[in-house]
Design a protein around this ligand. Structure first.
Ligand SMILES: [Zn+2]
Length: 422
């Protein structure tokens, strides 16, 4: 414990010496097997410090990936060794990976527009401007597409939901998919917009039933301030950018929802990456999602909260190890959809309730969707990969990930139509 306090004591020093944008020179990502509860409890203490950044959730019997800066690596390694824990270097130095990513993105940006109307494609990561320009184009060119601004972020950026409703919204079962609540998980917004494109610009005759029989709502960026910040200043920022006058900024939006808020698996320390915020729905971003869902909860039959990474399909509850009353149905639909996902590129994703697969996490969005809004089929997916690149997933993975995740949703949508027509 003394050593953990030593880590905490360095907080002020680190904040005072932070320069932007962060290069992450000599930052390492360690992969640590979590063999027993003692290991888990030992590692859990570091979640309160900004020196050990958890890239994945603690997972008993699995691995956890953590990023540690050059100044504290030696101490951290010593502490693990003293606890009898093993570890390996997943990424020996982050900086060259981030430089390569930025270079590729800048080069792509320098090329001329994809077409005359917008700059979106899925061979590069894009900024919010490109997303919204693409939305505007779709809204202007398709009769059954509209954009609803459901609120503004802390820094005043729009939260825009793209709605595909043939013959008007609200008369059919609806699918609601969001991404980017954790800013650094760039593959999330990329895959949400990929699916949107599959149902609009790239709609095939065989998928026509998906827009004929259902409404679709896409919110690619729940946390636009965070997303902007990851592109301008700190590629590995996770939280919102709210400021409560504390030492550290931001709240974990996925611990800020109001169902069983702050009942475990969330931190009350503003410097933690899993800080739940000062109160339930303190964040304007989660308020906006709540407002949208509350207004449409009768028609929304499926919800997916997209994250990365780890290749997991997670179900409620998150706050409790108890299984939800509809667990068998929820698991069975996920298994069927997972088969469709696997058939595309033979990538394995694991299905299970949050504490079954990871650790408890309260205040997450799917607990609210299931527990309060009554959306039975509520999921959270952790996209690719399994830890070679983590959050810095190469843009060449966007299309294959999009293809398998679209297969998952297409299968879910058809099963939901079936269930609702019975
Ligand atoms: Zn996440």
């Amino acid at each position: 414990m003394k050593s953990v306090l030593f880590f905490l004591g360095l907080v002020g020093l680190a904040l005072a010496t932070t320069t932007l944008p962060k290069t992450y020179e000599n930052y390492k990502v360690f992969r640590i097997p979590v063999e027993n509860r003692e290991h888990a409890e030992f590692l859990k203490k570091f979640e309160e410090t900004p020196f050990v950044d958890f890239w994945t959730e603690l997972r008993l019997g699995g691995n956890v990936d953590v990023m540690v800066g050059p100044g504290t690596q030696f101490t951290f390694e010593e502490m693990l060794t003293r606890e009898g824990m093993s570890f390996s270097e997943m990424i020996p130095n982050l900086a060259p990976m981030l430089r390569a990513e930025k270079l590729a993105q800048d080069e792509h940006k320098r090329n001329k527009k994809v077409n005359a109307n917008y700059n979106m494609d899925w061979v590069s990561y894009h900024d919010l401007f490109d997303f919204y320009e693409y939305f505007d184009y779709l809204e202007a060119h398709y009769e059954d597409i509209s954009v609803e601004t459901i609120g503004q972020s802390f820094e005043g950026r729009d939260l825009r939901v793209l709605k595909i409703c043939r013959g008007g919204c609200g008369n059919k079962p609806a699918m609601f998919v969001d991404g980017g609540i954790h800013a650094r998980e760039w593959i999330g917004p990329a895959v949400v917009t990929y699916m949107l494109n599959e149902l609009t610009e790239n709609l095939s005759a065989e998928n026509n039933d998906l827009v004929e029989d259902l409404d679709w709502y896409f919110l690619p960026s729940v946390n636009p301030d965070g997303y902007y910040y990851t592109q301008a200043s700190d590629r590995l920022w996770r939280k919102t950018r709210s400021d409560y006058g504390e030492l550290c900024r931001g709240t974990d939006g996925n611990r800020n929802f109001g169902y069983q808020f702050a009942t475990g698996g969330a931190s009350n320390s503003p410097c933690s990456d899993t800080y739940h915020g000062p109160s339930a729905f303190s964040e304007v971003e989660t308020q906006a999602v709540k407002g949208f869902v509350d207004a449409n909860k009768d028609s929304i039959k499926f919800y997916n909260n997209i994250h990365s990474y780890g290749q997991l399909i997670l179900t409620p509850w998150g706050y409790s190890e108890e299984l939800v009353p509809d667990y068998d149905d929820i698991k069975s639909l996920a298994d069927t959809c997972n088969d469709a996902l696997y058939a595309v590129h033979q990538k394995s994703y694991e299905v299970g309730c949050i504490p079954c697969v990871l650790y408890t996490a309260s205040g997450n969005s799917i607990d609210y969707m299931y527990g309060d809004a009554g959306i039975k089929y509520s999921y959270s997916i952790e996209l690719r990969d399994e830890g070679s690149y983590g959050f810095v997933l190469p843009a060449s993975e966007i299309i294959p990930t999009g293809e398998e995740i679209f297969a998952f949703h297409a299968t879910a949508a058809r099963l939901i139509v079936q269930e609702n027509s019975q």
